[in-house]
Design a protein. Structure first.
Lengths: 330, 327
């Protein structure tokens, strides 16, 4: 296996009226070709900013990006915007969270689908039309020919997300970012979309990065999971290993707070008290310490580094779960 | 033909809805059957969850109970009052005992009002107490929903996260001490970790204020923690209604089973035994004949196309509208 996307010490800062906001604080991530990885975290954990920065999509004048991004052997972080743009579609593509607003409301589905085929792959109108019908069939849209003439407002959320997927895979990208692809959808449609993504990934031999706040979504659909908290990766492991052997108290708390269909009716859900630390004023120690039920004095003063356990299990915690160290529960 | 097998004795219930129909006119002289002859009842202290996909009419149903959306026909009886025939002013006062919280916590609060104004507004409209009493009331409400009044009173809604906004909405809805709270997808816009907080809060408030809840959601995993009864809707009709335990342990309708199996399981070793449900609900402008779920149902036969199934009891307190219920 070879590396398809490698992030080294990626940092993203925004200048705001309240000062420098460090949204991503030194992320190292190596994604192997052909795998699928889930990036999990709460709102504000930096997961979306990280994936957009990795694609070179954050270019505002108030954004500072540091670190090295290597995509498919090319150093993306040194490339000009024009060159990065040339990687979109054929190299990497993204599916956005909100299928309601990600499509252009005044253009027909057909024209939005054919745009990248014509520009990126230089297809003729006729070829692009034939290929878009193929793509719509691939994402299991009934009556694909009629679909080409429709506008986004005529479609349901699930259908629009299928269109987004069809556009994203139209030029056979090597790497597909899916940023909360099912959060705006019903559970039944969510199940269908996840199944479709997993199927397409295997069929087209794509690498997939699935960004979500729901650990339940990554469980059945990824090979690896990276958990993000306050702009950092706090735990990373193969999916089965992570679920069997959580080391970070945050991951455990996130896992326990999922409303589980197997729990007793009427039972009280465990919650994570408090909220993420203020990104313009990060605490010196572990970012999770104030909310952690196992936190000790050291956690508030010293920032933990990413440790490596067996099986490539990474964690960022002074007192990982399952360790023999005696913990006092505060 | 009546479809009332599941209704309980009139004297036992707080809210009783019979044959409620809500329709919308759409261009081309067509009619959307958003809610088609729905009947149900809610006892005091119960939490009824109304579950179904987008477009099944669950939000419209919630609005029709409050007469925000006027029903075309049917009755809504709350504490002996027939809400559909009340005069405007009587309806206004009846609504003080039924309140609603909405799906999107951020856009359901006025961004130009302070938290104090938002929570105080219902008290002010109904002239409850003098100014000092009202402020004390607002403070105690904010305290009860887990917000520090000193910190939040003079801030505006855009300064808060989604979860905090939902807490403010809950405080506002409780200001007039209603008997019933209709929650329309109160957690679907929130992160999983925040969802749990809000669900626990709603349960606490239910105990503290003696509320009866109607909880509208598309996600069966969310309602398990909060509901005592569940009503599953599909394309404007009730498919199944029963106690929470019975619905989860032995769903009788194929649609309920499909909804349950669609919930992602946070366990990578879990092999899904997904009951196949493909496609999306058909258009409510032209719903299928007979059973409305038949076009997506694995067990459908010709009978399902010709005859509409009525709700009937399959086990104690569990009713299903299906010709071939799951064993």
């Amino acid at each position: 296996m070879s590396s398809i996307l490698k992030l080294e010490n990626l940092k993203v800062r925004f200048s705001t009226h309240r000062g420098q906001l460090e949204a991503v604080r030194g992320v190292d991530l190596d994604i192997q070709a052909g795998t699928s990885i889930g990036i999990v975290g709460e709102s504000g954990s930096g997961k979306t900013v990280m994936s957009r920065a990795a694609m070179g999509l954050l270019t505002g004048s108030n954004v500072t990006r540091e670190g090295r991004i290597t995509f498919d052997g090319k150093v993306l972080s040194d490339m000009s915007r024009e060159d990065v743009r040339n990687e979109f579609g054929t190299g990497m593509a993204m599916i956005f969270q909100d299928p309601m607003t990600a499509l252009n409301p005044v253009r027909r589905i057909g024209s939005q689908l054919q745009e990248s085929l014509r520009i990126r792959l230089g297809m003729s109108r006729k070829e692009a039309r034939a290929r878009s019908i193929e793509l719509l069939t691939l994402v299991r849209i009934p009556e694909p020919k009629q679909m080409l003439r429709k506008f986004p407002s005529q479609l349901s959320g699930g259908m629009r997300q299928r269109i987004m997927i069809a556009i994203a895979i139209s030029c056979n990208p090597k790497l597909l970012f899916a940023d909360e692809p099912t959060t705006a959808l019903d559970v039944t449609v969510q199940a269908q979309i996840l199944e479709l993504l997993t199927d397409l990934r295997q069929r087209l031999n794509m690498t997939m990065v699935l960004v979500t706040h729901d650990l339940g979504v990554v469980a059945g659909n990824t090979d690896y999971v990276a958990v993000m908290y306050a702009g950092e990766i706090v735990e990373q492991a193969p999916t089965t290993e992570l679920f069997a052997n959580m080391k970070m108290p945050y991951t455990e708390a996130l896992f326990k707070s999922i409303p589980n269909i197997q729990m007793k009716a009427g039972s009280r859900l465990p919650v994570i008290e408090g909220r993420l630390p203020d990104p313009t004023d990060r605490p010196p120690g572990c970012g999770f310490a104030a909310r952690c039920s196992y936190a000790q004095d050291k956690c508030f003063t010293d920032h933990p580094e990413l440790e490596v356990a067996k099986d490539g299990h990474l964690y960022r915690c002074w007192f990982p779960l399952g360790d023999s160290i005696q913990r006092k529960v505060s | 033909m009546t479809n009332h097998a599941h209704l309980r004795k009139d004297s036992d219930v707080l809210l009783r809805v019979e044959d409620l129909v809500v329709e919308f006119k759409v261009p081309g002289n067509k009619v959307v059957n958003a809610v088609s002859s729905v009947s149900f009842d809610v006892k005091e202290g119960e939490t009824l969850a109304v579950v179904g996909e987008s477009g099944c009419g669950k939000t419209t149903l919630g609005k029709a109970l409050l007469q925000i959306q006027k029903p075309k026909s049917g009755t809504v009886r709350f504490e002996g009052n027939e809400l559909t025939s009340l005069s405007k002013s009587d309806l206004r006062s009846a609504r003080t005992s039924i309140q609603m919280i909405f799906q999107d916590p951020i856009s359901s609060l006025d961004p130009r009002m302070t938290v104090r104004q938002i929570v105080e507004e219902p008290l002010w409209i109904w002239s409850k107490g003098d100014e000092n009493e009202r402020v004390e009331k607002v403070k105690s409400l904010l305290n009860n929903v887990g917000l520090d009044p000193e910190l939040v009173l003079d801030r505006k809604s855009y300064e808060f996260s989604g979860g905090q906004c939902q807490r403010i909405s809950i405080a506002r809805s409780l200001a007039l001490e209603p008997k019933m709270l209709i929650c329309d997808e109160p957690v679907s816009a929130l992160d999983v970790s925040i969802q749990a907080q809000i669900l626990n809060l709603l349960n606490d408030m239910k105990d503290r204020y003696g509320l009866t809840l109607i909880f509208i959601s598309h996600d069966l995993s969310v309602v398990k923690a909060i509901s005592t009864r569940i009503m599953v809707m599909y394309l404007g009709k009730v498919c199944e209604i029963g106690t929470t335990e019975s619905i989860y342990s032995k769903p009788a309708h194929h649609y309920t089973a499909a909804l349950i199996s669609s919930v992602p399981v946070p366990d990578p070793t879990h092999k899904s035994e997904r009951t196949p449900i493909t496609g999306e609900p058909p258009s409510p402008v032209d719903p299928p004949s007979g059973c409305r779920f038949r076009t997506r149902c694995p067990a459908a036969t010709e009978l399902c196309a010709t005859e509409e199934p009525m709700l009937r009891e399959v086990s104690d307190g569990q009713f299903v509208a299906c010709h071939y219920p799951r064993a």
